[in-house]
Write a protein that binds this ligand. Structure first.
Ligand code: DX5
Ligand code: ZN
Length: 223
């Protein structure tokens, strides 16, 4: 179904309070929790790993959507699956064997996602259309929250055409807010990651702001 899902990224959350933050965004309407794993090698930033995913798992009732900005990917797939990741997304740019990586993610029991950086064309996923449950279109260069949105409308439209009626989500990641959400939804996206646009101005002691931000993005996307 192409119902819009909002997936707040905890990269913009309080790093000293992840469990409470996950509960707060879910209470305030988040559909998925987007977990940005960074290794300081594939991207110029370091966040957290499988142990943190396992720690927050009990605080997430819904989908834990793990975005691996790491290279290599394969040695860590089982650890993230055991930590409770429902979706594990790997970057096509992270190594030479994305086909094998996606097989390994599904073999580990998680749904498989493939992420494309802004410089990577849509057609690279041609051979992977039946290997993935999700395509993540980066609309920023990965590594940080709060960056400026890069318009990937044509790429999203091309992907939606390639996917056809396969049950594959198109997830948009980076710079999503009430002004950019309608563009990507109209082009065919159905999962919208948002970090700064959800967490800005709120806190676990003032979570209503999260709810307002999530609602505003959702309403903008649904038009
Ligand atoms: C960037 C991450 C994104 C980021 C989104 O490398 O993959 O998920 O946290 O943050 P905003 O929504 O603030 O651009
Ligand atoms: Zn992400």
């Amino acid at each position: 179904d192409r119902k819009i899902k909002i997936a707040p990224s905890i990269l913009s959350a309080d790093f000293a309070n992840f469990g409470a933050e996950c509960e707060a965004i879910e209470d305030q309407g988040a559909d998925w929790v987007h977990v940005d794993v960074m290794d300081g090698h594939f991207v110029p930033n370091i966040t957290f790993g499988p142990a943190m995913c396992a720690a927050i798992r009990p605080h997430i009732q819904g989908v834990m959507d793990v975005h691996l900005m790491i290279s290599p990917v394969d040695p860590y797939i089982d650890a993230f699956a055991q930590a409770g990741a429902d979706v594990i997304t790997a970057h096509v740019e992270a190594g030479p064997h994305i086909h094998r990586t996606l097989q390994a993610i599904r073999a580990a029991g998680a749904k498989a996602g493939v992420a494309l950086n802004p410089g990577t064309p849509a057609n690279v996923i041609e051979p992977l259309l039946d290997m993935v449950d999700l395509v993540c279109v980066m609309t920023v260069n990965p590594g940080f929250g709060g960056q400026k949105f890069l318009d990937m409308t044509d790429k999203i439209r091309t992907l939606r055409e390639m996917i056809g009626d396969r049950p594959v989500h198109i997830e948009i990641d980076g710079g999503v807010d009430p002004s950019t959400a309608p563009l990507v939804a109209r082009a065919g996206a159905d999962v919208l990651v948002a970090g700064s646009a959800v967490f800005k101005g709120g806190s676990v002691t003032n979570p209503q702001v999260y709810g307002d931000n999530i609602r505003t993005i959702r309403e903008a996307a649904e038009g």
